[in-house]
Design a protein around this ligand. Structure first.
Ligand SMILES: *Cc1c(COP(=O)(O)O)cnc(C)c1O
Ligand SMILES: [Zn+2]
Length: 407
């Protein structure tokens, strides 16, 4: 049983039953799951949560599912105290939320675990998604586990490593000639024609809720407190807004003190519509044509951009964009200080964090969490220049000679 009661329009407040729909009929704004927080507050405590499984499903009472979850073991990923990187950047209390460590190597498993569970509850026998790669892998893996058919739509020219990471689960892969935004538009049309559960279209309100668990975990792992600052990447902007919502809900339930977290959104300069709007002081996000190595977050027309912009502003946070060279340097810095190999999106976050600290937007003493949302091994080509080795013969002399160790 769940405490979700209705879907509610984020703009006009119109309520709808909990169905596979994502937009308000009146104003076309996104719908959001609405809970009975009073009922939740009467049963959920820090202790009941701590007794739950070591996964995102310890927060089940705050998620909109009725049935047993389709769960590959996602969540409760490490929150690592990053002393080396902190020293490098000038931060006394830096933490890395390491969401490279999920079943399909990106935070997308959080959102998909919830959305596929709902897809099954709604009786869909086929699920589908529009993806830049990570979502497709996660959908395909969860569909395999759930025993439903999967169609995944991705832009053509995806990294080979990503394609293999999708194909291994044997979904139907459709590569669409065009950008992610073209893929997304196509799926928006298909959803009216095919009775499929589109994970990030008609199931999007449920998908969105999975992202909150990253915020819950950070607070619990910090000993039930919100950090001073969070730096997180944005593609559609959903994760960014939901980390905030997760913290807000915890304080509403009195599980943590009132939240005063500054939320900083990080994007690649080659695809930074949200950051552009923030810096221009604009109210709305204008679409761009993406061109960046951070392809997982290369969305030019972000569905939740408007809300992400609002969260960055209302929380007293900020926005930062970094170019491809800075992204690569960020990936290397994270690996070489903390031993975490992230995909380019992690480089976006670390390079942005570096700039935000250097410019004084984030201060040395502020407890800061950087969300690292995807692992590096599927996008190895961006750092292939790191491969340098000493070629030797299999004997001691050669070893010492080539490495210059002979005295
Ligand atoms: C999807 C994704 C994000 C952000 O997604 P939103 O659409 O903004 O919620 C961040 N990092 C990685 C690695 C992703 O795959
Ligand atoms: Zn509405």
């Amino acid at each position: 049983m769940s405490y979700a009661r209705t879907l509610r329009c984020r703009k006009c407040g119109q309520e709808y039953p909990l169905k596979p729909i994502n937009l308000c009929e009146f104003c076309l704004s996104p719908l959001e799951v609405n809970y009975d927080y009073k009922a939740i507050a009467s049963v959920v405590t820090r202790e009941t949560i701590a007794r739950g499984p070591a996964s995102m499903w310890r927060y089940r009472d705050l998620l909109p599912v009725e049935s047993e979850a389709v769960d590959l073991g996602t969540g409760f990923t490490p929150l690592v105290r990053a002393e080396n990187l902190g020293r490098e950047l000038g931060l006394d209390q830096l933490y890395i939320k390491n969401d490279c460590l999920t079943p399909t190597y990106s935070f997308k498993d959080r959102v998909v675990s919830v959305a596929i569970t709902k897809a099954k509850e709604f009786g869909f026998e086929t699920v589908a998604c529009a993806s830049t790669g990570n979502l497709a892998a996660s959908v395909a893996a969860h569909a395999a586990k759930a025993g439903v058919k999967a169609y995944v739509f991705v832009p053509s020219g995806l990294e080979v490593g990503k394609l293999v990471g999708i194909a291994i689960y044997n979904p139907v892969i459709v590569t669409v000639e065009g950008s992610y935004d073209d893929v997304n538009r196509l799926c928006g049309k298909l959803v009216g024609k095919y009775k499929w559960g589109f994970i990030n279209v008609n199931l999007r309100p449920y998908y969105a809720e999975g992202s909150k668990t990253l915020g819950y975990e950070v607070a619990e792992q910090l000993g039930w407190r919100a950090p001073d600052c969070v730096v997180a990447p944005a593609a559609s902007g959903l994760l960014f807004t939901r980390i905030w919502k997760g913290l807000d809900e915890l304080s509403m339930l009195k599980l943590i003190e009132p939240v005063n977290t500054h939320m900083f959104v990080a994007q690649a300069a080659g695809s930074s519509p949200i950051v552009n709007a923030f810096q221009a002081g604009a109210q709305h996000v204008h679409p761009v044509q993406p061109d960046t190595i951070a392809r997982s977050i290369a969305i030019g027309n972000p569905a939740d951009g408007y809300y992400a912009l609002r969260v960055a502003r209302q929380s007293g946070g900020g926005a930062c964009a970094v170019n491809d060279d800075e992204i690569i340097a960020g990936v290397k810095l994270l690996a070489q200080t903390e031993g975490i190999f992230a995909e380019p999106t992690g480089g976006v976050v670390i390079a942005s964090l570096k700039k935000l600290v250097a410019s004084g937007m984030i201060k040395r003493h502020e407890m800061t969490v950087a969300a690292i949302t995807g692992a590096g091994p599927r996008t190895q080509e961006v750092v292939a220049d790191m491969v340098r080795s000493y070629a030797i013969q299999p004997n001691l002399e050669s070893f010492e000679e080539v490495l210059g160790l002979k005295v």
